[in-house]
Design a protein around this ligand. Structure first.
Ligand SMILES: [Zn+2]
Length: 141
């Protein structure tokens, strides 16, 4: 079982969605992983790419270990830069020595970005994200 090094639920930035025609930067409601494709032969080389996970309970460690973090354009492994939440309410739980929970809400065209510096390196913490989208038993206002 692995973990995100330096994962810090306190280092959160908000951003706005922009209209884009790039399929690899399209974000869906719920949780998404974001990173940069380092494959020089890829159309999305050095671009921000988005790997949508959507609503529900996601174990970040399992997603990393399970190869979810792949460029949507070329399928190369991508190092995680941050978690992004869009059009949802989410509870992020970090289990280290003690359990820490943080709640986030992404409203309207907001994207909540949670930094995951250190990318896919592992340490002794387990990170889960439980994302609820509007119409899923929860109201996003
Ligand atoms: Zn790529």
């Amino acid at each position: 079982m692995g973990i995100l090094k330096n994962f810090d639920a306190g280092s959160v930035k908000k951003d706005k969605v922009v209209t884009s025609s790039c399929p690899w930067t399209t974000i869906s409601p719920g949780l998404a992983y974001c990173g940069f494709c380092k494959n020089a032969g890829c159309r999305a080389h050095n671009s921000n790419v988005v790997m949508n996970r959507g609503k529900g309970l996601h174990v970040v460690n399992d997603d990393i270990a399970g190869g979810v973090l792949r460029c949507p354009a070329c399928r190369s492994p991508v190092e995680l830069a941050y978690l992004a939440l869009f059009a949802c309410k989410a509870t992020v739980t970090v289990m280290r020595h003690a359990e820490e929970k943080a709640q986030f809400e992404a409203k309207g065209d907001e994207i909540v970005k949670i930094a995951a510096a250190g990318g896919t390196q592992m340490e002794e913490a387990l990170v889960t994200v439980d994302a609820k989208v509007a119409g899923d038993g929860c109201v996003v206002m």
